[in-house]
Design a protein around this ligand. Structure first.
Ligand code: 13P
Length: 241
């Protein structure tokens, strides 16, 4: 079983803060737990070159391969500075920057074609949940975002209910058990994949990580705000190993 904890920095940290975080967190070294930091683009090269024990991911990649697209950061650029993979389809990209399943699918395939890893985020909004549409939404996101995708070794899925992100209130653990069972069933049924690496994200803290560990068979978590203080992230790591 693979165990993974991902810190998603979002649009936070100066270079100085980034180095301090890596100094502290890279002291943790346990081959049984993979630590990933999804960092802002400008820090990828320096962090990937200077620290061991933590895999450096981006938080996005362009859906174009290059050319006259002012401001875009492409897969070739990211590979040339040593990134390992990217978060794709985070709810903040979907809802604030209007990324559709089609655009997310393009990005997933670009990463796959470049042998780079993908952390694909899926999750329902509160309205969708209250209308009883959670399972339909998850199913559609999975099949639409993974159309044409075949190399499941490169894929990690992060189930992040939108209403649980940044609210301080994670999902109820029994609802997570139910969602996990459903998502694993879709991967078996649609792609014949038995062992998809599956993370939970949404207000994970040092207490909720114990529930994930003890009451689910999830592979780990994708963590925002509780991971930004490196000492706090280390507590989460220690409660998960
Ligand atoms: P929080 O942990 O701050 O709720 O953020 C979750 C998230 O969006 C991780 O990608």
């Amino acid at each position: 079983m693979k165990y993974v904890l991902v810190s998603n920095w979002k649009a936070n940290f100066t270079l100085d803060e980034a180095c301090k975080w890596f100094e502290l967190v890279s002291n943790f070294n346990n081959p049984g737990l993979r630590i990933i930091a999804s960092v802002p683009y400008p820090y990828i090269q320096f962090l990937a070159q200077n620290y061991r024990n933590i895999d450096v991911f981006s938080q996005n990649v362009s859906h174009v391969l290059g050319g006259a697209y002012t401001g875009e950061v492409t897969i070739s650029m990211l590979k040339s500075v040593g990134f390992k993979g990217s978060i794709i389809g985070h709810s903040e990209r979907r809802h604030i920057f209007n990324e559709s399943d089609d655009v997310i699918n393009k990005k997933v395939l670009i990463l796959e074609n470049n042998s780079s890893e993908i952390i694909l985020c899926i999750g329902e909004t509160l309205i969708e949940r209250n209308e009883g549409r959670t399972k339909d939404v998850l199913y559609n996101q999975i099949v639409n975002c993974l159309r044409g995708f075949v190399n499941f070794n490169l894929l990690t899925v992060a189930y992040e209910p939108v209403w649980a992100i940044g609210t301080g209130v994670p999902i109820k653990i029994e609802d997570l058990v139910d969602a996990e069972r459903f998502i694993r069933k879709i991967f078996k049924q649609e792609f014949n994949v038995d062992d998809i690496v599956l993370l939970y994200g949404g207000s994970v803290d040092k207490e909720f990580i114990k529930l994930i560990k003890n009451e689910t068979t999830m592979n780990g978590a994708l963590i925002g705000s509780a991971s930004w203080d490196p000492q706090n992230f280390l507590k989460i790591i220690h409660n998960f190993v």
